[in-house]
Design a protein around this ligand. Structure first.
Ligand code: ADP
Ligand code: MG
Length: 316
């Protein structure tokens, strides 16, 4: 089977993965066609993953299939967008049918889970690199941007933080125990918070997905919004798996490690009080937005202040 035959066989079926009513034309022509309903904005983003940089060499292709779409879809979640479709630009050193079918299997699973149909792509030869462009929609003007945080808002995060970071030390583990298995699953199979993001439209004042670490990503909100924040490390949501595995280091991982793909959002205390229980239960308040610049972290009775823009350099 040739490379293109493989693509047709394994990838074209993923065109049926999501709600296809918006896809006027899927893969196979020069372009795909997406219908945008009146009153909707198209929200789109592209993510590139390079072997050895964004994922380990010899990484399991089925896991890569899930992960490559999950990290791209997470940006849609952060904007509060409803997922529609994606394109896939694949650069491969060679056309290994086993690799391609395993990658497509993981990708198809993710696509069905997230409701994203494959609308087209490009296939080229070169060092293993994947670029996925995701498309979503929101009612006009309702995408959640980074720039809307207001003094007095709560800072919230979804789920638990730090587990994907803890997994990095265990990627080569032969017989992982249950705690290691749990954190490895967070690294290999991130779950973009698409339903939560959509539920926060018209409620959250700002949102970002935690790909580079809470401190760095919350920093983007603060800079874009022209505000400061205080967070309390006692409030950080940590799983029992992480606490058992990392002990004292859990807080540092939750603050600085990336790859969790949870959402960090700001919203007013009034909106928090009025949130449907099913939405509020996915979030933890970890601090507050205040006037000024920079991020203040309360930890063990000490207060650490990070200047605006200093987030990238902060390591516990
Ligand atoms: P063109 O030369 O017009 O850009 P291609 O020969 O690159 O078209 O691709 C042919 C069709 O196959 C296009 O519709 C394209 O979207 C689709 N396609 C190519 N590679 C992929 C891929 N990796 N995943 C999904 N669709 C793909
Ligand atoms: Mg063409």
């Amino acid at each position: 089977m040739g490379e293109f035959e493989l693509i047709r066989r394994y990838f074209f079926p993923i065109a049926e993965a999501g709600n296809t009513s918006a896809i006027r034309l899927g893969p196979g022509d020069d372009c795909a066609i997406q219908r945008i309903e009146p009153g909707m904005d198209l929200v789109f983003s592209v993510d590139t993953l390079v072997e050895g940089v964004h994922f380990p060499r010899q990484y399991d292709p089925e896991k890569l299939g899930w992960r490559s779409l999950a990290v791209a879809a997470s940006d849609l979640a952060a904007m509060g967008a409803d997922p529609v479709c994606f394109t896939l630009a694949l650069t491969l050193p060679d056309a290994d049918p086993d690799w391609l079918s395993a990658y497509a299997r993981g990708l198809a699973k993710a696509a069905r889970n997230f409701g994203l149909s494959l609308a087209g792509g490009d296939t080229t030869r070169g060092p293993l690199t994947l670029s996925l462009q995701v498309h979503g929609t929101v009612p006009k003007g309702q995408a959640i941007q980074r720039s809307g945080a207001q003094s007095g808002d709560y800072v919230c995060v979804s789920g638990t933080l730090g587990e994907a970071g803890a997994a990095l030390d265990h990627l080569g583990s032969d017989s992982p125990g249950p705690d290691v298995q749990a954190v490895l699953a967070r690294y290999h199979f991130p779950e973009p918070r698409l339903a939560l993001g959509a539920a926060l439209r018209g409620r959250a004042t700002a949102a970002v997905d935690v790909s580079d670490g809470l401190v760095a990503d919350l920093g983007h909100i603060l800079e874009a919004s022209g505000v400061a924040a205080n967070i309390d490390t006692d409030r950080l949501p940590l799983s029992e798996h992480l606490k058992r595995l990392a002990g004292e280091a859990a807080i540092g991982l939750a603050l600085n490690a990336g790859d969790d793909y949870e959402l960090c959002v700001t919203l007013s205390p009034q909106v928090w009080a009025d949130l449907p229980r099913a939405v509020r239960s996915q979030l933890t308040v970890i601090g507050k937005v205040v006037a000024g610049e920079g991020l203040t972290i309360e930890r063990n009775g000490y207060t650490e202040s990070l200047p605006a823009g200093g987030y990238d350099h902060f390591r516990n």
